[in-house]
Ligand binder design. Structure first.
Ligand code: G
Ligand code: G
Ligand code: NA
Ligand code: MN
Length: 249
């Protein structure tokens, strides 16, 4: 409850900061793209990682407010310079379960899209399996509408849940982000190699692009390149950085 009160106060006082991380192509040339990552600023100005507040925020139903804050900031408030910095590349934004389960979210987002300088074709929305679990029919509708508007959908942390493959039957996804837990030891763990290779092949056959998360060394890159994984994300490739730094590039 203490955390929830602190979160509400943080939302009211705009006490969030945005970071971003580059996601790089592993096969040939191609363009990289950016994932937006939110952090909370504590009362003493300390940076609070999302792992420490997102589960609480979702439980109290206030994560939808954080998602809206992030989306408004990136697509409208900073929309012009974001469009310039991206220069045709894509931008990926995380959606929480709260947003996907909220019937007012889609019309709100469509309004934002209509005023944003960023074209919907440049946008990717990342959703997790747990976000889908709660209210699947509404989530499926939101996903379908966003895709018909020209946005792309990425399934985040794929493989970490109990029914990962089941979700692939419910809607079309454009991108599958293979859970970092399978990637971290992929250079020397035979089981992880089989799992990652299999997920990648299924994704390719479904016409989805793949992203390997948590790439932490060059040996992993080599493996993933050989397997044909499309994109990589991780500390070895690019660290998350504040948006403030992005504006200077
Ligand atoms: O950046 P970090 O690894 O700490 O992120 C932890 C989790 O928080 C990730 O799973 C990420 O998808 C999620 N996350 C980061 N930024 C946002 C955001 O703006 N909105 C939502 N809903 N989730 C986010
Ligand atoms: O849930 P999501 O996949 O969006 O999580 C992305 C988060 O993972 C980011 O918040 C980022 O801080 C973290 N992250 C990015 N690259 C790495 C990495 O190489 N290793 C680890 N452990 N975490 C990473
Ligand atoms: Na994500
Ligand atoms: Mn992820």
């Amino acid at each position: 409850i203490f955390m929830a009160a602190g979160l509400r106060e943080a939302i009211e006082n705009d006490r969030f900061v945005l970071f971003c991380q580059r996601i790089a192509p592993l096969q040939g040339e191609g363009n990289d793209y950016l994932e937006i990552l939110v952090r909370m600023l504590g009362r003493e100005g300390e940076i609070v990682a999302p792992g420490a507040f997102i589960p609480v925020a979702e439980r109290y139903g206030i994560m939808a407010g954080v998602d809206r804050w992030v989306i408004e900031r990136v697509l409208v408030h900073d929309g012009e310079r974001m469009e310039q910095v991206l220069d045709g590349r894509s931008l990926s934004i995380n959606l929480s379960a709260n947003s996907l389960n909220d019937a007012t979210f889609l019309p709100w987002l469509q309004e934002i899209l209509s005023v944003s300088p960023l074209p919907p074709q440049a946008l990717i929305f990342e959703i997790t399996e747990t976000a889908l679990m709660n209210h699947l029919t509404l989530a499926v509708e939101v996903i379908a509408e966003l895709r018909s508007a020209g946005c792309r959908i990425a399934l985040d942390d794929f493989g970490s849940g109990l029914s990962s493959f089941g979700y692939l039957r419910n809607f079309v996804v454009d991108i599958i982000k293979i859970d970092g837990g399978f990637i971290r030891h992929v250079s020397d763990n035979a089981v992880d190699q089989v799992i990652v290779d299999a997920i990648n092949q299924i994704a390719q056959r479904l016409g989805a692009l793949t992203v390997a998360e948590f790439i932490e060394d060059s040996a992993s890159v080599e493996r993933l390149v050989k397997m044909g994984v499309n994109y990589g994300q991780g500390y070895y490739l690019h660290r998350p950085m504040p948006l403030e730094k992005l504006w200077l590039e």
